[in-house]
Design a protein around this ligand. Structure first.
Ligand code: FAD
Length: 292
């Protein structure tokens, strides 16, 4: 078991901001993961997980926690019959590749979500009318006491929400897919990706959607745009000119810049529409938005 100290986390996030983890480790099996979780419990240390950091904002001063990055067999994927079996740290792109090669369809929507299977459980990630809840058979959830296999109901999955408690780590996920052909999977994924590229800043450093869409009324991006905030800049962070519910790192951005921009967008949307936007991006470290 190897634990490093003061490891810079910015390179483990897609926005590229934030300070170091006090402790950092890369468990590559469930046994090793449990050993790390017990190590943290003995020190009363918080445990955090980074997937591909694609919906993550890390405090500029870093995180006083053991930060885990799943690797090895916990980041691999394979197919068993009509099941896609992924380690919690396996990238969605790898899962889709395996499914396609095996002629299994139903996971194409994940091609536009640049995260991992485990991060997808935590966020109940979704796109184009489907989310993890629709395809997840079960997930192995590990904490310092052991491992449990939970279905979608027990995981309490709903729009960008799961019932995972702090310190619970998704070590593996099984998705139930349907027979298709490699060509059909490839064509659907390509079509979804093309749609994505035409509306979102996929070639910029972002952390995906900043805010969740409210249950009713216009989406978060539409409201932020109508407040005239597209292109608005604080420090190195800019409200994307392409899609207002994205923040781009235009060079040298800090997490504090992103928070200031989020606070401004949230305040202006509240003033104009009376809507309290809830952030979708997850915070690592003591980050918070000021009250409205
Ligand atoms: C360009 C772009 C487009 C995006 N489009 C979409 C979209 O269409 N739909 C969508 O839903 N999301 C989208 N996202 C956001 C993001 O990709 C998803 O939320 C994704 O599921 C996050 O996965 P991750 O592995 O990167 O998690 P991270 O961003 O690393 O972490 C997110 C949260 O999950 C937790 N977590 C990560 N791994 C685990 C694990 N193994 N066990 C327990 N907790 C874990 C983290 O602690 C954190 O709280 C987009 C992001 C970008 C940059």
């Amino acid at each position: 078991m190897q634990v490093e100290e003061h490891v810079a986390l910015a390179r483990y996030t897609t926005i590229g901001t934030g300070g170091p983890a006090r402790w950092f480790a890369r468990p590559d099996s469930t046994t090793e993961l449990q050993a790390h979780l017990r190590w943290a419990r003995e020190r009363e240390a918080r445990v955090e997980v980074v997937g591909l950091g694609s919906n993550l904002l890390v405090h500029d001063d870093g995180v006083d926690a053991l930060v885990l990055k799943l690797s090895g067999e916990l980041a691999a994927a394979h197919v068993e019959g009509d099941l896609l079996v992924m380690g919690g740290g396996a990238p969605n792109a790898v899962g889709l590749h395996r499914a396609r090669a095996a002629g299994l369809g139903g996971f194409e929507f994940a091609s536009a979500i640049p995260g991992t299977a485990g991060g997808g459980v935590r966020m109940n990630a979704g796109a184009y009318g489907r989310d993890w809840r629709d395809v997840l058979v079960d997930a192995v959830v590990v904490d310092a006491d052991g491992a449990r296999t939970l279905g979608p109901e027990e995981l309490d999955l709903s729009y960008r929400h799961s019932g995972l408690a702090p310190g619970e780590v998704v070590a593996g996920v099984r998705f139930g897919l349907e027979p298709s052909t490699p060509d059909a999977v490839k064509a659907i994924a390509a079509e979804l990706l093309a749609q994505r590229k035409s509306t979102q800043p996929t070639n910029k450093r972002t952390f995906g959607s900043v805010f969740k869409n409210p249950k009713e009324g216009p989406g978060a991006g539409r409201m932020i745009e109508e407040c005239g905030l597209k292109g608005h800049r604080i420090g190195g962070a800019v409200v994307s000119p392409r899609h207002a519910n994205f923040i781009e790192n235009a060079g040298g951005a800090t997490s504090a810049d992103c928070i200031a921009l989020m606070a401004e967008a949230r305040r202006r949307v509240h003033e104009r529409f009376g809507v309290e936007l809830e952030h979708e991006v997850q915070f690592l470290g003591p980050l918070e938005l000021p009250p409205l």
